[in-house]
Design a protein around this ligand. Structure first.
Ligand SMILES: C[S@@+](CC[C@H](N)C(=O)[O-])C[C@H]1O[C@@H](n2cnc3c(N)ncnc32)[C@H](O)[C@@H]1O
Length: 230
């Protein structure tokens, strides 16, 4: 798979903008002190993820964990699973590193890089049990819709990296993006909607996220989607 490019200047179309938020002292220290322990350096080649954890457990991958609170909670609650978080936002990476070290977790590691490139190069086929993407940037404006992470080509590529029966869990607080997600996911024949055709997941089993709480303060709804690989 090649990343989509902007036809005029051949630059890849990114699903994110690097925000200029400053690192706090604690985030910077976490990057310096705990980065060598829990950060996996991106390289454009296969990474032997199983060998990076003490146990060969099921692998859960989250794209765009933001500040990482919900991913940290899931890793704490599920010591029998291994977690990889992929995020480009350095303050969030620093915050999550701090949390991993504070709770001495050995089942959560981070890659600070564009997930599309990570999926292009680093995962073996059939290696992931769950993929989760919670509240990806909605890119509201029509001319920006092409920057949305959930696109048929990307999901079809990701499916190759998932085990048979693996789950994909998506959530958004933007109705138009929820409908777009539903159309993309149901349009892929290897995926089955675990909640029945056109149905969202009413009571998802995940902790709340920072972005979700912000949306709720603004009066937004929440739509979760769960699909399994046939
Ligand atoms: C709207 S925020 C949601 C964060 C978090 N999931 C939450 O609910 O609080 C989306 C996050 O996805 C990250 N992101 C977007 N595209 C990405 C990509 N291609 N690779 C890695 N991270 C990405 C952004 O940096 C941002 O932190």
């Amino acid at each position: 798979m090649t990343s989509e490019t902007n036809a005029e200047n051949r630059r890849p179309i990114r699903s994110y903008v690097i925000r200029s938020g400053r690192l706090t002292d604690s985030q910077r220290k976490a990057l310096d002190n705990y980065g060598p322990l829990y950060l996996i350096e991106f390289q454009p080649k296969l990474i032997p993820f199983a060998s990076l954890f003490p146990n060969e457990s099921k692998l859960v991958v989250e794209i765009g964990f933001g500040m990482g609170d919900s991913l940290l909670e899931m890793a704490k609650q599920n010591p029998d699973s291994n977690f990889i978080g992929i995020e480009v936002h350095q303050p969030g990476v620093g915050k999550l590193l701090h949390g991993i070290a504070e709770h001495n977790l050995n089942n959560l590691k981070i890659i600070c890089h564009d997930a599309r490139e990570v999926f292009e190069h680093c995962f073996e086929n059939g290696s992931i049990s769950t993929l989760q993407i919670f509240f990806p940037d909605p890119w509201h404006k029509k001319r920006h819709n092409k920057r949305r992470l959930i696109q048929t080509e990307f999901i079809e590529h990701i499916i190759e990296k998932l085990k048979p029966d693996a789950k994909i869990h998506l959530a958004t607080d933007w109705q138009a993006y929820a409908e777009h997600m539903m159309e993309v996911m149901q349009g892929i024949s290897r995926l089955e909607n675990s909640n029945g055709e056109n149905c969202y997941w009413a009571e998802p089993d995940r902790p709340g996220t920072k972005f979700e709480k912000r949306g709720q303060r603004l009066g937004h709804g929440v739509w979760d989607l769960l699909f399994s690989v046939r």
